[in-house]
Design a binder for this molecule. Structure first.
Ligand SMILES: O=C1C[C@@](O)(C(=O)O)C[C@@H](O)[C@@H]1O
Length: 155
């Protein structure tokens, strides 16, 4: 059966394309979600997208993914720097996740340098612009494929 990926975008990422375009670019979130879906489909995987400006809603979506999703790609937005609740939710469901930031947070204000997610992430993508989403999906899919090959070889 095809693998399932959940793409989560946190607060203000619904404004991608119009929000501080000098920092986040001109591509909209719908375009990002569509191209992420296409990359997943090209590998036979299914990608669901979720965006919320509310911490609790993100926690609820992560909890609902338990046992149903094989990998999560999350851009927690400003919650990156504040949210123990979202970190705990990711750890509770035990689904491997990639942390993603459109901008290079390490080249910005010092308080953006700390993340509640990085030490638990399977990988981190920072500063590649919205292209980072395609990279993340491609990586997750290739990783699934490699694990499947290894499992078959071990039989
Ligand atoms: O909302 C965001 C977006 C962001 O996660 C990024 O994608 O670069 C970086 C965060 O610091 C910021 O609060």
């Amino acid at each position: 059966m095809g693998k399932s990926i959940l793409l989560i975008n946190g607060p203000n990422l619904n404004l991608l394309g119009t929000r501080e375009p000098h920092v986040y670019g001109h591509t909209t979130l719908s375009d990002v979600e569509l191209s992420s879906c296409e990359v997943a489909a090209s590998h036979g995987a299914v990608l669901d997208s979720f965006q919320s400006n509310h911490e609790g809603a993100i926690v609820d979506r992560i909890q609902a993914a338990r046992g149903k999703v094989d990998g999560i790609i999350i851009n927690p937005g400003a919650y990156t720097h504040t949210s123990v609740a979202i970190r705990d939710a990711l750890l509770s469901v035990g689904i491997p996740f990639i942390e993603l930031h459109v901008s290079n947070v390490h080249a910005r204000e010092p308080w953006r340098h700390h993340s509640y997610f990085s030490d638990k992430a399977a990988g981190i993508i920072v500063g590649l612009g919205v292209y980072g989403y395609k990279v993340a999906v491609e990586h997750v899919c290739v990783n699934f494929e490699e694990k499947e090959k290894e499992a078959k070889a071990a039989l």
